[in-house]
Design a protein around this ligand. Structure first.
Ligand SMILES: [Zn+2]
Length: 255
């Protein structure tokens, strides 16, 4: 991708005709036209000086245009901006294009499931669990090569069937423990039924889904069905039979 300084017809702005305007979908499923000017304004409010904000907004507009997508997500735009700010945007256009539509196809929530219901199951239905998983992902600092590290937490179940979380101390670059906290299937007297942890290191060097060790621990501690791995693109669940299901990342990003 070549750097562009001028602001000629960024996708979705007033210059987008005769092509249809690219639309942006937020986490609530609300659409609005993509606007490089609006992105630049957001970046200025975030503290960038105006010149840099315009440059990054233009690069983003190029990426949106090159992606060929009719709809991009606010999460995808955030990811793209994060990449542009940390990587100067060279050589990562393909990765960014892959992320721009993240979460749009399967935005969960009332009315979005196949029968109009919330498609999330088990502990994922509990808002506090989703919020803890999103926090773990955010705290993993996946966008920062120097600081990215794994985060984790336990999913525990109360006698009334409701779920709770017990965060685990931050892990290392590519590992996080905490299994020694489990005594007779419990932590702090609460029944441990699941676990979540993050894989913030990018492919191809790092596996995005559950590792063989993850699967072994899932089986050993009988956490199948509520054992989640949160990576850049996907939310993975190890099921009770050891199989792995790929879920949309939006399952934890949308309330
Ligand atoms: Zn893992």
């Amino acid at each position: 991708m070549s750097q562009r300084i001028s602001r000629s017809t960024p996708a979705g702005s007033s210059g987008c005709d005769p092509q249809p305007c690219v639309r942006v979908c937020n986490r609530r499923g609300v659409f609005s036209p993509f606007s490089a000017d609006r992105v630049a304004g957001t970046l200025v409010r975030a503290g960038l000086d105006g010149c840099r904000a315009l440059t990054y907004a233009d690069r983003l507009a190029d990426l949106v245009e090159a992606s060929g997508l009719a709809v991009v997500s606010t999460d995808g735009i955030r990811f793209a901006i994060g990449e542009l700010l940390t990587d100067s945007g060279h050589g990562c256009a393909g990765a960014i294009a892959n992320h721009l539509a993240d979460g749009i196809a399967e935005i969960p929530g009332p009315g979005h499931g196949p029968l109009g219901e919330d498609p999330r199951k088990g502990a994922l239905r509990e808002k506090k669990v989703r919020e803890a998983m999103k926090k773990a992902w955010d705290d993993s600092k996946a966008g920062d090569p120097a600081k990215r590290h794994e985060e984790a937490g336990w999913i525990v179940q109360n006698d009334d069937g409701s779920y709770d979380v017990i965060p685990i101390s931050s892990g290392g670059k590519d590992s996080v423990g905490g299994y020694d906290q489990i005594v007779d299937g419990k932590i702090n007297g609460k029944r441990v039924v699941g676990r979540y942890h993050t894989h913030p290191n990018p492919p191809p060097e790092y596996e995005q889904g559950p590792s063989p060790a993850d699967k072994r621990n899932c089986e050993k501690y009988k956490l199948g069905g509520e054992y989640y791995v949160i990576s850049g693109d996907k939310l993975y669940r190890v099921n009770a039979d050891g199989s792995v299901t790929e879920l949309p990342k939006s399952y934890i990003l949308v309330n």
